[in-house]
Design a protein around this ligand. Structure first.
Ligand code: EPU
Length: 332
């Protein structure tokens, strides 16, 4: 591996000004196996889409740029594919659709890489990526290559073993089982309304992908124009009793009962109710169409983003008694 200082501003979708003390690009598995690190680098960078970077990243930054998509097996309507960790997520979703490897269409346009997808079990419009993953390949620091089943990965809402035990594994490839026989999922969010605009009644997976892309483009800012990391906070899960209490004062509050005595609320709505939507403080602010997305209006640092986000947490806590948790990772 060749280590040298590197400007990370172009490598994080928030566009935060950040420098790595010691950076190297991982493009081939042999490099990793020859290096055989005993412990994790301070930062493993994929698409840089779910991170808030502090200005100076000390220690090692490893940029995972492993590429490649390989068909492992075709069985009837299903195809098993192995995708390297550094492949861009959205480009893979589009490539899969072109090959009629369906089943990921609801996850179109999510930024980041394939290797990052299992870490926080990316999800959108009623689908989580863990539903299509059959294996994860990872380098376990101090030990060697490991093959993890979906059960081993302990997937949960925006969570997995990789998130719970950071510094244990470096994901190198992910296997998916895709195919033409997954029923399309259109019940969630605005998908049906978007399809109705196009007068589509029985949508194909590419049509669902198009609807998702259109909805996301309307609601979420394009990071190449306005830096951001998508949803900044997780949607909070609270008890049914607490939700019922809140509904007395806020009857319009969006709520998603989870069926286990718990209710998921919309963090974006809570933040919006506190008046943050479209609000700017210095170089950062909440996006005008979706308060859950913190944006960089230009030249922001991670420290500024963090201060602004802590203000949001405090105000939401005061108004609703709910503690928002960050979905993005802060890297010091
Ligand atoms: N809302 C407001 N004001 C706002 C934002 C939202 O009132 O400023 C309301 C909306 O009207 C809606 C509810 O809050 O009733 C939920 O908002 P939305 O449908 O935009 O979805 P979300 O729950 O905020 C989640 C994911 C997104 C994913 C969408 C679509 C989380 C934390 N976020 O957002 O994921 O794209 O659902 O499935 O689970 C991401 O993780 O980066 C991400 C963008």
């Amino acid at each position: 591996m060749n280590w040298s200082p590197q400007d990370l501003t172009p490598f994080n979708t928030f566009g935060l000004t950040a420098k790595a003390e010691s950076y190297a690009a991982l493009t081939h598995m042999d490099q990793l196996l020859a290096w055989a690190p005993k412990s994790a680098p301070e930062l493993v960078l994929g698409g840089g889409s779910n991170l808030v970077l502090s200005s100076e990243i000390t220690g090692k930054t490893l940029h995972v740029l492993l590429k490649g998509v390989e068909v492992l097996e075709e069985k009837g309507s299903r195809t098993c594919v192995r995708v390297s960790a550094g492949v861009n997520w959205h480009q893979f979703v589009i490539y899969a659709l072109q090959n009629r490897w369906y089943g990921l269409e609801n996850l179109a346009l999510i930024p980041g890489t394939v290797g990052a997808a299992p870490v926080q079990n990316i999800g959108a419009y009623g689908l989580e990526v863990c539903e299509r993953i059959t294996s994860v390949y990872a380098y376990e620091y101090g030990s060697g290559m490991a093959h993890l089943s979906p059960e081993d990965c302990q997937f949960a809402y925006r969570d997995s073993l990789f998130k719970r035990e950071p510094g244990r594994f470096l994901i190198t490839a992910v296997d998916f089982e895709l195919g033409t026989d997954f029923p399309v999922r259109t019940h969630y969010g605005a998908i049906e309304a978007q399809l109705a605009l196009h007068e589509i009644e029985n949508p194909t997976p590419p049509q669902v992908a198009r609807a998702v892309i259109e909805i996301r483009n309307k609601k979420l800012p394009d990071w190449s124009l306005l830096g951001n990391s998508g949803s900044f906070f997780k949607n909070p899960v609270i008890s049914k009793e607490k939700a019922e209490q809140l509904l007395i004062n806020y009857p319009d509050m969006p709520k998603y009962p989870l069926g286990n005595g718990q209710v998921k609320l919309a963090a974006g709505w809570l933040i919006d109710q506190c008046g943050f939507k479209g609000k700017q403080v210095g170089n950062v602010g909440c996006y005008k169409n979706q308060a859950l997305v913190i944006v960089n209006h230009g030249g922001a640092t991670g420290e500024e983003v963090l201060t602004f986000s802590e203000k949001i947490v405090d105000v939401v806590k005061d108004k609703f008694g709910i503690s928002l948790e960050r979905e993005v990772r802060f890297i010091e």
